[in-house]
Ligand binder design. Structure first.
Ligand SMILES: NC(=O)C1=CN([C@@H]2O[C@H](COP(=O)(O)OP(=O)(O)OC[C@H]3O[C@@H](n4cnc5c(N)ncnc54)[C@H](O)[C@@H]3O)[C@@H](O)[C@H]2O)C=CC1
Ligand SMILES: O=C(CO)COP(=O)(O)O
Length: 334
């Protein structure tokens, strides 16, 4: 029987993931806020705002009505900006069935509460952790909609649920691996956006590959340190949701976080950079909540701190680089 999927959020990743699900054989209803986007998906099978010229599969229909989207859905896939999840989900939750699996595509940490997206989902819907899943990994949406090969991690505490979702999103170009480490995948996804900003800043300052590789590696070290303190499996950080996503974000001009950082490193102000960024660069807000999370777990994250200093406290990138390099000497693994 054909699986019924709802994807809530018709932006870049919601649209690309809906394409994956439809290509894998599901019937997909895509919820969008804007009637003109929904109309374009239904009439022309395209989402011209995000992916002009890309034909979407016929198995996708769109709606502005969240109740119509989630009715009878086996999986409800959440693809809105992290900081909007709580308010959006509070409105959608009464319509979502008690057996429905809730899937987070989001890579952020809630500001103020320092909660992971799976925690926000559990809190707002009351859903058991066994039916909350996360998809993460090196998945730049503009490459996915061109059906270029990529892999991802599908994580759920209940492995059989992860396997159902794996089957539902497995296509010739998209290869999902299961994992039960939801926390590790979420920490990896949120922190890589922050490290991506740092690497972008370095690139904008015309610093070279040694600098970028050092930031990526030490960025992964501080991410893993936080994840371990939260009970994550250390090996998750060597996988697609850790190293994999970090490499994609830190090396690609398609990454919004990387590009945001590069603009700052080149000397644009934060306000100018925000004005130039049309889509969601999660790390810009989440650098503060990731740092908050780290403080709550008494973990030192000097690179995330440097990003907060530049993005929110107006410190010049040249100053934070000097500060990072003049920290006291320490062993690599502590
Ligand atoms: N774009 C990508 O390549 C990938 C994105 N992600 C994650 O997916 C999540 C969604 O990102 P994108 O789809 O890229 O963002 P986007 O900015 O392209 O789209 C966000 C969508 O959410 C909708 N939305 C609903 N309520 C909103 C509100 N209150 N305020 C603003 N927008 C609202 C917007 O209309 C828009 O359609 C983020 O957490 C991101 O980190 C994860 C993997 C890949
Ligand atoms: O998460 C992503 C790739 O895996 C997308 O990265 P950006 O949000 O920086 O574009």
């Amino acid at each position: 029987m054909t699986t019924r999927m709802a994807v809530l959020g018709a932006g870049s990743w919601g649209t690309a993931f809906a394409m994956i699900l439809a290509d894998a054989g599901s019937r997909v209803t895509l919820w969008g806020r804007r009637p003109e986007v929904v109309d374009a998906v239904n009439r022309t099978h395209t989402n011209p705002d995000y992916f002009p010229g890309i034909a979407l599969p016929a198995g996708i229909t769109a709606t502005v009505d969240p109740a119509a989207a989630v009715a009878d859905a086996e999986f409800v896939v959440l693809a809105v900006p992290s900081q909007t999840l709580r308010a959006n989900l509070a409105a959608w939750a009464p319509r979502i069935g008690p057996q429905t699996v809730l899937v987070s595509l989001m890579k952020g940490v809630e500001l103020g509460t320092a909660k992971l997206m799976s925690e926000v989902i559990a809190e707002v819907t009351g859903a058991d952790r066994d039916r909350i899943a996360v998809v993460s990994g090196p998945n730049l949406a503009p490459e996915i909609v061109r059906r270029e090969p990529a892999a991802c991690v599908v994580a759920c505490r209940d492995e059989t649920v992860a396997e159902r979702l794996q089957l539902a999103c497995h296509t010739a170009y998209y290869r999902p691996y299961t994992n039960v480490d939801v926390v590790g995948c979420e920490v990896g996804g949120a922190a890589k956006n922050v490290i991506g900003l740092a690497v972008g800043i370095a690139e904008g300052m015309e610093l070279g590959d040694n600098t970028k590789a050092s930031l990526i590696t030490r960025g992964l070290a501080e991410t893993a340190r936080l994840g371990l303190a939260m009970g994550a499996d250390p090996l998750t950080f060597a996988g697609l949701a850790g190293m994999g996503d970090l490499v994609a974000t830190c090396s690609s001009p398609l990454s919004r976080n990387h590009t945001f950082g590069a603009n700052l490193g080149r000397g644009m102000t934060v306000a100018e950079t925000i004005a130039a960024t049309r889509q969601t660069a999660e790390g810009v807000t989440s650098c503060r909540s990731v740092l908050d999370l780290a403080r709550r777990h008494r973990i030192d994250m000097p690179i995330a701190q440097m990003v907060v200093d530049v993005v929110h406290d107006g410190k010049p990138p040249q100053v934070v680089v000097k500060e990072l390099m003049s920290r006291s000497a320490k062993p690599e693994r502590r």
